[in-house]
Design a protein around this ligand. Structure first.
Ligand code: NDP
Length: 371
């Protein structure tokens, strides 16, 4: 461990890493911590909250990615993370001074894991500082913001990736492989159920200013994104209906429950539910002319469970954030192409669908989509 830390402090530039990563291969997994002293993606985590903590822990068994810095508004958390992950003072920032990361050669990328409505400003500032950006879902609170983030990253010539961890999950990838291989036949229907009962009414997830919406932004997005990678197409229309049982807790602009339907160019349809007031809702069902896949849980931290008309899905469980960060290191440092994209354009499509769902709820009409 110590030699890994010494190594980290010795590396000075990501340019150095590029030629040496040529041995990066997916088949290097599964994820047992393996000795590896080669170059890696050096990541600063921004927002040391519950998910940031999970990501950093999962990164301890990454082969190609390391936590080398932090950006936080809470000095006590910074101290704790510094001792836990051996992070030097010079790699610690707060929200006022993190633009200075520009001149820090120990950091290649920043992983933005702050409340949704802050992603836009945080991502654009990281891009302007010349660092690659990984941004949590939802990438923004609407499509306009998402587009501005993409533009800023393009202009700064840095990569923008969205934290779509399911795009690297082995059982999910097996269903996608089977669908591409025609094993389900023509796809006809997808059902996505995404929800949980939310607690503390004072948390940022129920504050429109910070969340940008309600359950749809937070959990419904899994059914939106899932419908696209399971069906293998982008929808061309949406209809949606909102149900609100507790207007005290779920104020104006914070959706509690929305049912929505998506139509795809092939004629396939999706029927989905997004909610903050029902538990045990984490299920995908894909139906085709020749077969089906069902996954439950489908997007939780796992293990994901599922079966198809051919039997149980038996691919191994791998900590989602570990494989995600190793694969993202390959994308950023080596230009590796993921099976399902995780770039800003992918995030933008989901934001356009969310905008259309809110519009359909307001108008009660079908909304056409151009993704
Ligand atoms: P938390 O509230 O647990 O953490 C958010 C952190 O952001 C805080 O701890 C704080 O860290 C920082 N922060 C900065 N400004 C604010 C502010 N004004 N209010 C509150 N926090 C602030 O949230 P999560 O970690 O659960 O969620 C963060 C992001 O990650 C969200 O976008 C969410 O959608 C996404 N997420 C993704 C998951 C996935 O599976 N892909 C799962 C869970 C969340 P500090 O004190 O260090 O500044």
């Amino acid at each position: 461990m110590n030699s890994r830390r010494d190594f980290l402090q010795k590396i000075t530039a990501s340019a150095f890493a590029l030629p040496l990563l040529s041995s990066f291969k997916t088949e290097d997994h599964p994820y047992k911590p393996q000795p590896y002293e080669g170059p890696a993606l050096r990541v600063a985590i921004m927002g040391l909250g519950s998910y940031g903590t999970r990501v950093a822990e999962a990164m301890q068994t990454c082969k190609y990615a390391r936590v080398t810095g932090v950006i936080s508004g809470t000095p006590s958390k910074i101290k704790d993370w510094q001792s836990r992950y051996t992070i030097p003072d010079k790699n610690c920032y707060n929200y006022e001074n993190f633009d200075r990361i520009k001149s820090n050669p120990d950091i290649d990328a920043v992983y933005v894991i702050t409340p949704n409505a802050l992603h836009h400003d945080h991502v654009i500032r990281v891009a302007k500082a010349g660092k690659h950006v990984i941004c949590e879902k939802p990438m923004a609170v609407n499509a306009r913001e998402a587009q501005e983030m993409i533009d800023a990253c393009k202009q700064a010539n840095v990569k923008l990736l969205i934290g779509y961890r399911m795009h690297f999950e082995p059982k999910t990838l097996e269903v996608i492989r089977m669908r591409k291989n025609g094993e389900f036949g023509k796809i006809l229907f997808f059902q996505g159920l995404s929800g949980f009962r939310i607690g503390d009414p004072t948390q940022w997830r129920l504050n429109r200013q910070l969340a940008g919406g309600g359950a749809m932004m937070d959990i419904g997005i899994y059914s939106i994104n899932g419908s696209r990678y399971m069906v293998g197409e982008d929808p061309t229309w949406v209809t949606a209906q909102e149900i609100k049982t507790d207007p005290q807790k779920f104020k104006e602009g914070v959706d509690e429950t929305i049912q929505f339907q998506l139509g795809f160019p092939s004629g396939a349809v999706a029927s989905c539910l997004s909610t903050y007031s029902m538990s045990n809702l984490d299920r995908f069902f894909l139906d085709g002319e020749k077969g089906y896949a069902e996954m439950q849980p489908s997007t939780g931290y796992g293990p994901i469970k599922g079966r198809t008309h051919q039997g149980e899905l038996t691919q191994p469980h791998i900590t989602h954030q570990t494989i995600q960060m190793d694969e993202m290191a390959g994308i950023i440092l080596q230009g590796k192409q993921p099976v399902v994209p995780v770039d800003g354009e992918e995030g933008l499509k989901d934001m356009k669908i969310i905008d259309a769902i809110y519009q359909a709820v307001q108008s009660g009409r079908k909304v056409d989509l151009k993704l």
